[in-house]
Design a protein around this ligand. Structure first.
Ligand code: SF4
Length: 354
């Protein structure tokens, strides 16, 4: 579905329905996340502000009206600089953070329409793998409880089968089950990440949200964990939302890539299309920053300037202060996503010119 060009200030980010008959495992409809509180505009508040008796509080739009569909079995990469909102979006997909507005649908059903029990069951289908495995594991619990307790609470195993169940999850994540009685601090960083993966697998998820899940690991360990993710995809039919700043990893792993800038999606395309024919100037700048071994390449060109504060984002196209192609219109009007090639969306006014 194309974005609606009749709504000039809205960045509508509807993913293209490659097969509209297939219900996405997760769908976000115009989902936003704001932090902070708008300052009041009452007379008392204005007087208090003039007398410097109160601070003007601002809203941060961490995620701004994002539409996203993740189809079963897909590996979707979500990329952008730090502070672009990709982790916040991932947490909303995983159900760890409520959306401020918009709808989240799981298997075609809006979460708000479900009973509390059904909502929890739906949420179990989506698990998150965090960047820092040390911070996400309870240091006071032994590994068997970390991995198996959630599954036991959900009735996926009982006391009699608990040990076997935990052993199977540890093995699946590439850990020796004989280490089950140890504490997290007795493992290496890569092993702790495998514990986090085993914990996620124990509740039988269908989608894993991986938030910079290998960024804190040594390069050789990164490759092992990435291979594990892909083996699990084949073995269990898992779907992934893979959040990363490492475009090399994304190019290697993902089927489709979504690019975010200051809370908005600016481009979305199949991975070969995005890396071969990026349309949006921000995506082109991101790709130009990837180190290449080809010394004849003339594409190396770092992005100019810093990413602006989400507390006070530039008007119009958020990217305009850093964009080499910015026009007067870019300062006033936010571009909408348009189809620039099959299954390829981009939000840039340059696409409006013949
Ligand atoms: Fe650059 Fe304008 Fe396109 Fe934004 S809309 S990326 S400022 S050309």
């Amino acid at each position: 579905m194309r974005s609606n060009p009749a709504v000039p200030c809205a960045v509508s980010i509807r993913e293209l329905p490659m097969d509209s008959n297939v219900i996405p495992i997760v769908e976000l409809e115009q989902v936003s996340k704001t932090f902070g509180k708008a300052s009041g505009d009452g007379a008392l508040e204005r007087i208090a502000q003039r007398l410097h008796l109160t601070h003007k509080r601002s809203m941060t739009h961490a995620v701004d009206r994002v539409d996203l569909r993740i189809r079963r079995g897909e590996v979707v990469g979500l990329v952008g600089e730090s502070g672009c909102g990709k982790s916040t979006l991932g947490r909303m997909v995983a159900g760890l953070m409520p959306a401020s507005s918009g709808r989240v649908l799981i298997d075609g059903t809006p979460l708000d329409d479900l009973s509390a029990a059904a909502r929890q069951a739906a949420r179990l289908k989506i698990q998150m793998i965090f960047q820092d495995p040390s911070a996400s594991l309870n240091p006071r619990l032994r590994v068997d409880r970390i991995v198996g307790e959630g599954a036991r609470l959900q009735g996926l195993t009982d006391s009699a089968g608990f040990d076997d169940y935990v052993s199977a999850q540890l093995q699946r994540a590439g850990l020796n089950p004989s280490l089950r009685q140890r504490y997290p601090h007795q493992f290496s960083g890569g092993q702790r990440q495998r514990i986090g993966i085993a914990r996620a697998l124990a509740v039988q998820p269908q989608l894993l949200v991986c938030d910079e899940s290998v960024a804190a690991l040594d390069v050789s360990i990164q490759a092992q964990i990435l291979n594990l993710f892909m083996d699990l995809r084949d073995e269990l039919g898992l779907t992934y939302l893979f959040i990363s700043h490492d475009l090399g990893v994304v190019e290697h792993l993902c089927d489709r890539v979504v690019v975010m800038y200051l809370g908005r999606v600016v481009e979305s395309a199949p991975v070969e299309e995005l890396f071969g024919a990026a349309n949006h100037p921000y995506t082109q700048a991101l790709l130009a920053q990837i180190p290449r071994f080809d010394v004849r390449s003339t594409r190396y060109d770092a992005i100019k300037g810093e990413i602006p504060s989400p507390l006070n984002p530039p008007g119009g196209c958020h990217f305009h202060p850093r964009c080499p192609h910015a026009m007067a219109r870019c300062r006033e009007q936010a571009p909408t996503l348009r189809e620039v090639a099959p299954n390829h969306l981009s939000a840039c006014h340059l696409n409006d010119h013949p």
